[in-house]
Ligand binder design. Structure first.
Ligand SMILES: Nc1nc2c(ncn2[C@@H]2O[C@H](COP(=O)(O)OP(=O)(O)OP(=O)(O)O)[C@@H](O)[C@H]2O)c(=O)[nH]1
Length: 394
């Protein structure tokens, strides 16, 4: 499906940049338009793929291009004040050509955390296309203020979008590696998952697999109904000897020269990939039982995809989630050397990570209030002499 993507803040901009890189590399045509918004000039300048004219610096009169320093209330205020500047960039998007908007932001900082929900609310008021959010939760080691920001932003962002897709940095941090150092790899993981998901709805129907190709309406219907979503992914390398005769054309016709293999093998591979995807590490770890809707996408050379595999995978997902709304389909990629399963679980509600985030955020909030109260008193004690013998100048 074709998306208008808006990256808000540093993380939002960097992930958006990665989506553009992915699109170029795979010819997947997901990003119909890309806009980066930030209060920090340096972050905008650091982007490689977002066109210069689509980089919007907001809040110049307030923060002089230096960012909001993890103050997400200020981030939200600036976004409201300068919404016309962001709208100016959105005006250049051919909205009739996009299926949906995707607003991307790290929820732990200030600019994206505060600004993304404001922007989502604004876009929803103006356009009829669905507005999705991609919210990135901070790592647990980032500290109280980031957790508090994320918890408040999460609550607001969910309310303002048609669906909030969540990625949890904490679950993706490698042991022994700070999240900071690993962002590049983490961003690759984000884009791979959402790239296959959204790319699936972009394949034109036709050829042998026509009837089972995922349509963008299936993605939209899975996300409709709101709430929070998470994505699972698993892949396996296959011996794809063909595809060479197909090239770009075969990508669209679904034709491929790859060797047909035993269909039982194909089915079994897909079935186990679906299980690995759903039970492995999700973008937001959660209990899949109780997910309201799901979409299964199997991607790879057409000879390695089959309807039986998808059907079995779908049935298994129905059992595991207890949902009656599990969709499934193919994403034929003739020249690929991988078969992958992507599982979108929409409307998840049993998410211990969010409850934990909220608990830590409440504690952080209480600590901050306490320290503020104490600090006034402590300063008073320091500055005033014990017996009040000194007088200030004026
Ligand atoms: N996955 C991922 N997360 C990131 C990246 N950069 C930052 N983050 C996360 O996003 C959160 C917000 O950081 P930024 O995006 O830098 O903050 P900002 O929105 O620019 O806001 P200010 O810097 O406070 O003005 C951080 O706490 C991290 O958890 C990135 O490249 N990838």
């Amino acid at each position: 499906m074709k998306l208008a993507m808006i990256g808000f803040g540093q993380a939002g901009g960097k992930v958006l940049d990665k989506f553009l890189e992915y699109d170029e590399k795979h010819g997947s045509n997901i990003v119909r338009a890309a806009v980066a918004v930030n209060t920090a000039k340096a972050d905008l300048m650091g982007l490689d793929h977002v066109p210069e004219e689509n980089r919007v610096l907001i809040g110049q009169s307030r923060v002089k291009g230096h960012g909001v320093g993890a103050d997400n209330e200020l981030g939200a205020e600036i976004a409201e004040e300068d919404i016309d500047e962001v709208q100016g960039a959105i005006d250049s998007i051919p909205v009739h050509e996009v299926d949906a908007f995707l607003v991307i932001a790290g929820l732990g900082g200030g600019t994206g955390s505060g600004g993304a929900p404001v922007l989502a609310k604004h876009i929803k008021r103006i356009y009829t296309e669905p507005v999705y959010g991609l919210g990135i939760l901070p790592g647990g080691d980032e500290g109280g203020i980031y957790t508090l920001n994320a918890a408040r932003s999460f609550q607001t962002f969910v309310r303002e979008v048609d669906n909030l897709l969540v990625f949890d940095n904490d679950a993706w941090r490698k042991t022994g590696e700070s999240v900071q150092g690993g962002y590049d790899e983490i961003n690759d993981e984000i884009v791979k998952r959402f790239g296959v998901l959204f790319g699936a709805g972009e394949v034109e129907q036709g050829g042998e697999v026509a009837e089972s190709v995922v349509d963008s309406s299936e993605i939209i219907n899975t996300l409709a109904g709101g709430g929070v979503s998470t994505v699972g992914y698993a892949s396996e390398t296959v011996e794809n000897s063909g595809g060479s005769g197909g090239g770009l054309l075969s990508k669209f016709t679904g034709g491929s020269k790859s060797q047909p293999e035993d269909s039982a093998n194909t089915t079994n591979r897909i079935t186990s990939l679906v299980r690995k995807a759903a039970l492995g590490r999700l973008t937001l770890p959660c209990e899949i039982d109780g997910a309201e809707r799901a979409l299964l996408v199997t991607a790879g050379p057409p000879a390695f995809l089959n309807r039986k595999g998808i059907e079995r995978g779908r049935k298994w997902l129905e059992e595991q989630t207890g949902s009656m709304e599990v969709r499934g389909g193919d994403y034929p990629v003739p020249n690929s050397g991988n078969v992958a399963a992507v599982v979108l679980l929409a409307g998840v509600t049993n998410v211990p990570r969010i409850k934990e985030l909220q608990q830590v955020a409440i504690e952080a909030q209480e600590n901050i209030d306490e320290i503020r109260d104490e600090s006034e008193e402590n300063l008073q004690n320091l500055v005033e002499d014990d017996d009040d013998e000194l007088e200030s100048l004026f």
